[in-house]
Design a protein around this ligand. Structure first.
Ligand code: MRU
Length: 355
């Protein structure tokens, strides 16, 4: 392909070494690149809860690895008892973060594998679950690449693209969803400039999106969250692309807090607002976005910046980590199985057939 610069990203937040798992500590980026080592499911549950690993698909991958690590320590010869203990491990991992459905999707896939193979020995189940976890990881990067190629035709050459939070390689097994579409557009030879919202309070945009795009030599400009409207009104943004933590059957999208605000701004300025997410992010059990559980996080994320106090002692704080963008504000949902526009209820249901 002429003008091809980046076909894959080399950034992967989770890696394996001698049966152990290492994760890039995303709390410390971009100042420090520290890899932490994990051996048990409790440690992995903690890594998800404390956001060493974050981003919906990456959380799903980490949860699957957590199950693998948990079951390998189970001591029983009975497959039934093994499965009962496995479900307890899954419950611990499920209690870490409530909004990203990929977490629950990955746990269900691991449980489904075990439950459909209960006639096998415990040793065979353990080996099978290791393969299943590694497959979830490998598939995730592959489907991000596919998703990127599906979506890149929506981004014209020369586009200035606003993104919110980090839906990149760091939020997946590799390559990314929203940033995967941008990577694919760049790989197709297009000149793309990214604007990254800083994404208060955890600063995924300022710390992570800029870090990974800079590493891949994709032009990126950092802005504060409250600058998007001004830049849109000046004609300096051509479209918006974000990831998702959970998409309801009708196409309502839960994503990082502030996404809804950006979608409203995009509508006002008649700019396309794209959502890029794998099929595992679509929760067909929920008819609309009002049923999506929204995580509330610690007030300290807002009142403090590391050790620096930003707000008065004892101040009342709300800290919802996600919001829901209604489907009417979404121009298209890009998945690895295809792009849906218009009637999301029907379009998303049809995509399931192509899976
Ligand atoms: O709280 P986080 O950092 O886990 O939230 C991440 C997001 O909101 C991402 O936009 C979303 O998970 C999509 S990642 C491909």
């Amino acid at each position: 392909m002429s003008g091809c610069q980046i076909d894959t990203s080399v950034i992967r937040p989770i890696r394996f070494f001698n049966g152990k798992c290492q994760m890039l500590d995303q709390r410390l980026l971009p100042a420090e690149e520290v890899w932490l080592e994990y051996n048990t499911y409790e440690e992995i549950a903690d890594a998800i809860r404390t956001m060493v690993v974050r981003g919906a698909p990456a959380i799903g991958v980490a949860a699957a690895i957590g199950v693998w690590f948990g079951v390998r320590d189970i001591e029983t010869a009975s497959s039934q008892k093994f499965f009962a203990q496995m479900k307890q491990i899954c419950d611990v991992l499920a209690a870490t973060r409530p909004t990203a459905v990929n977490l629950f999707w990955a746990l269900e896939r691991m449980k489904h594998f075990a439950e459909s193979n209960l006639d096998r020995s415990v040793m065979e189940l353990k080996i099978g679950l290791e393969y299943e976890a590694l497959a979830i990881c490998q598939e995730d990067e592959q489907l991000c690449i596919k998703l990127g190629r599906q979506g890149q035709s929506l981004i014209p050459d020369g586009s200035r693209v606003l993104t919110h939070c980090n839906a990149g390689a760091l939020a997946t097994a590799g390559y990314g969803t929203a940033l995967g579409v941008i990577r694919a557009a760049v790989a197709a030879g297009k000149k793309i400039a990214v604007l990254a919202d800083e994404t208060r309070p955890w600063l995924q945009g300022a710390r992570l999106t800029t870090w990974e795009l800079q590493k891949d030599n994709i032009p990126v400009t950092l802005i504060c969250d409250n600058m998007a409207g001004y830049l849109m009104s000046k004609g300096e943004i051509d479209c918006v692309i974000v990831g998702a933590d959970r998409i309801a059957a009708n196409g309502d999208v839960a994503n990082k807090i502030g996404t809804y605000t950006v979608a409203v701004l995009a509508k006002e300025h008649k700019l396309p607002f794209y959502v890029a997410a794998p099929m595992s992010t679509i929760d067909f059990s929920l008819s609309d976005g009002s049923q999506i559980p929204i995580e509330e996080r610690d007030a300290l994320e807002i009142t403090h910046l590391k050790d620096i106090q930003l707000a008065p002692e004892g101040i009342e704080v709300r800290n919802p980590a996600f919001d829901v963008t209604p489907n009417r504000l979404v121009t298209a949902i890009i998945t690895e199985c295809g792009v849906v526009q218009g009637d999301y209820q029907q379009g998303l249901a049809e995509l399931i057939q192509k899976r």
